[in-house]
Design a protein around this ligand. Structure first.
Ligand code: ADP
Ligand code: ADP
Length: 224
C-alpha cells in the first residue's frame, strides 16, 4: 500500500472538516500495523478509504501496484470481495444466520460452489476454534466467540489484507487477547493487517505503530 498526500474533506452546510491532510504512508505486504491517535484524527476515514468504501478528494492510493482511482465501482467491489477482510468493533454478524451461514456469506458473494463452501467454512471455523458452535446463532455466543466468528468471516476468502477497527473494543482482556493471538497467527501466515486501536497493549502485537494527529501521521515507530 502506497499512500501519498491523501486528502479527505467533509463538507456540510456551514463547516468544512479536513479529515486527512496530505497523509502519506507505505505499508508493505505481510506487515502488521497499528494505527493510533485521538478521536477525530482521521483513523476511520483512512480505514474506509483503505477498504475502498470511500474515496479521497486528492492524493494517490496504490494497492497491489494499481492506482485505485483508476478502478470503476464494479472493479472496486471485486477487489474488496476478494482481497480485503473487515473486522469491526461491534462484530457486525447477522443475528438471523447461524455461525456457519455468517461465515459462508462472503463465499456466496464470490460465487464459490456449495461443496467447496462447506469445506472452506469448516476449515476456517476449525482455525478460530469455534467449530463446536457452528449451528448456533450469534446471540447464543459470548462476545469473544462472536469476534472469532467475525474474524473467520473476514478471512474465509483468503484476503491479502485485513482491516480491523478496534477489534477488541467490546471484549474483556482475556477474549481480547485471544482475538489478538488469532490476528497474529493470520499475519504469520502472510496476511497484511492494519488495525485501528486505542489500546497500547493491543498495539504491541503489531510490528509498527502509525500515530496520527489532525489527519496526518506524527510518527511511524518500528517495534522490535
Ligand atoms: P470512531 O473511530 O468511530 O470515531 P472513537 O475513536 O471516538 O470512534 O472511539 C471508538 C471507541 O473507543 C469508543 O467506544 C470510545 O469510547 C473509545 N475511546 C475513544 N478514545 C479512547 C481512549 N483514548 N482510550 C480508550 N478508549 C477510547
Ligand atoms: P477517528 O476515526 O480518528 O475518530 P474520523 O476519521 O472518524 O476520526 O474523523 C475525522 C474527522 O472528520 C473528525 O473531525 C470527524 O468529526 C470528521 N468526520 C468524519 N466523518 C464525517 C462525516 N461523514 N461528515 C462530516 N465530518 C465527518
Amino acid at each position: 500500500i502506497n499512500i501519498t498526500n491523501l486528502e479527505k474533506v467533509y463538507r456540510t452546510d456551514e463547516v468544512e472538516t479536513i479529515a486527512l491532510n496530505k497523509l502519506s504512508i507505505e505499508i508493505k505486504k505481510g506487515e502488521f500495523v497499528a494505527v493510533m491517535g485521538p478521536s477525530g484524527c482521521g483513523k476511520s476515514t483512512l480505514l474506509n478509504i483503505l477498504g475502498l468504501l470511500d474515496d479521497p478528494d486528492a492524493g494517490s492510493f496504490v494497492f497491489n501496484g494499481t492506482e485505485i482511482a483508476k478502478y470503476n465501482e464494479r472493479q472496486r467491489a471485486e477487489l474488496r470481495k476478494h482481497n480485503i477482510g473487515f473486522v469491526f468493533q461491534s462484530f457486525n454478524l447477522i443475528d438471523e444466520l447461524t455461525v456457519f451461514e455468517n461465515v459462508e456469506l462472503p463465499l456466496i458473494y464470490t460465487g464459490v460452489k456449495a461443496s467447496e463452501r462447506k469445506q472452506k467454512v469448516d476449515e476456517v471455523l476449525e482455525k478460530v476454534q469455534i467449530m463446536h458452535r457452528r449451528n448456533h446463532y450469534p446471540q447464543q455466543l459470548s462476545g469473544g466467540q462472536q469476534q472469532r466468528v467475525a474474524v473467520a468471516r473476514a478471512v474465509v476468502n483468503n484476503p491479502k489484507l485485513i482491516l480491523a477497527d478496534e477489534p477488541t473494543g467490546n471484549l474483556d482482556s482475556s477474549n481480547g487477547n485471544e482475538v489478538m493471538e488469532l490476528l497474529t497467527n493470520l499475519n504469520e501466515q502472510g496476511t497484511t493487517i492494519i488495525m485501528v486501536t486505542h489500546s497500547e497493549h493491543d498495539a504491541r502485537y503489531s510490528h509498527r505503530i502509525i500515530r496520527m494527529l489532525d489527519g496526518q501521521t506524527v510518527t511511524e515507530n518500528i517495534l522490535i
